[in-house]
Design a binder for this molecule. Sequence first.
Ligand SMILES: NC(=O)c1ccc[n+]([C@@H]2O[C@H](COP(=O)([O-])OP(=O)(O)OC[C@H]3O[C@@H](n4cnc5c(N)ncnc54)[C@H](O)[C@@H]3O)[C@@H](O)[C@H]2O)c1
Length: 457
Amino acid sequence: MPTNLSTLDSSQIQDHLKSHSLKIGVVGIGRIGLPTALCFAKAGFETIGIDINEKLVNMVNSGNYPLKDEPEFDKIFENVIENKKFRAETNIEKVVPNCDIVLLSLPTPMNNQNIPDYTALLTVGKSLNGLLSNGQIVIVESTVEPGFIENELLKSIEGPEKNLISGTDFHLAVCPETANPGEIMHDFKKLPRLVGSIDEKIRPIVSDLYTNVFGVELIPMPNCKTANAVKLTTNVFREINIGFINELSLLFEKLGIDTYTVIEAAKSKYNFQPHYPGPGVGGPCLPVNAYQYLNSSKKIDENFLKIVQDARKINEFMPQHVIDLLADAFSETANSLENSTIAILGISYKPNVHDVQIAPSETIIKLLKEKNLNLKIFDPYFISETVFGYKTENTISDAINNSDATIIVTGHKEFEELNLQIFTDSMKKPIIIDCTGKINPNDAKAKGIIFKGIGRG
Ligand SMILES: NC(=O)c1ccc[n+]([C@@H]2O[C@H](COP(=O)([O-])OP(=O)(O)OC[C@H]3O[C@@H](n4cnc5c(N)ncnc54)[C@H](O)[C@@H]3O)[C@@H](O)[C@H]2O)c1
């Protein structure tokens, strides 16, 4: 029988936390859920990860781990496998009835009309209806729009007949995850967390649990929707600022002003926060979070959050701008873009991760493909894999040898301080389009390279 923590006094709760005598279920063991589950297990709690991906479950149980691009993840994985506090399962029915705490780290993507898709959370919510009983606490870590927990998820767990009552049979809370891919283990130990709940009495219990596991500051929120609004605001703030700097870059290119010089000098003003131009904004968070806010606001008024709509439009236009820069560069040569071979360096949506979700590279590749160009792709995080229908190259030289132009899309650390000589040695009449700001235009031009960069006036 699970422990009903809400009926205990604070010293009894502390006893459970100190002795780690609570069983934790984590539903969804992907990029966020698996490291989270391992942290609970490392702290000493018996933890079971639940995922519909059987291959992933088998992989994890056999001691093999995904997320090779996450620094420090190997250490915690090996430590937890040794202490035998963690295992993974596919069958939610078998696990949840015995858990005291159930974390939901399920995907919240959007569909092809940019409408948030909460199917995973609602499906699991519905199945929890038959599995919860004695006041277990369900904590949603997934990113959702404000009001989704109160208006939709709560109802799916309570069931249409309300055979489960929130606050008695179970408790619902949120603790939105704010870690950055590529820095997850670091962020888990450093970033404060937000806690909101449907019934207030559960909030300090969730706070104490997370303090026990992560040792970070917990910020109490008045309710779930405010906690979810904070999470969206931090990400959409970035989306808007990147949209602003991208649009400025389009202007500065016309005015002959270098965007990076402007940003560097603007940083001297104490309240300026630098954001950098790029080929668009991708990943499972920023673009989705913008559409989550837009989904919320349009239910009230289509004209709300125009600034978010505009930022999205600019950021979604940037891949086309990359193609325009490429066409411009070709127009400065005797060569024709038609039938040319283009090398693409970097396809991840952000530097140093193995992840192409909503990556601007996908749109860039699609636009190049529409022009029937030959493409060679190199990404140090995707060696010899098939991505977007192309087999990736093994080395940077394989990609640029005999290519007519190179587009540097993602600023991976492996592309820091690229020796420009490799381009002049391997390409016929080198053209470089830099989306990352890593290449100094003057150095490239001094080498006889035809250079275009986003925001380089
Ligand atoms: N990746 C990030 O950068 C990041 C950062 C902060 C917050 N978040 C949020 O965290 C949540 C999870 O994101 P993620 O990146 O870990 O996603 P992910 O796709 O890496 O992992 C989700 C996992 O859930 C599993 N799953 C899907 N449906 C299921 C079901 N019905 N039952 C059991 N398992 C199911 C999938 O198989 C997958 O392994 C999302 O809401 C996301 O927005 C993500």
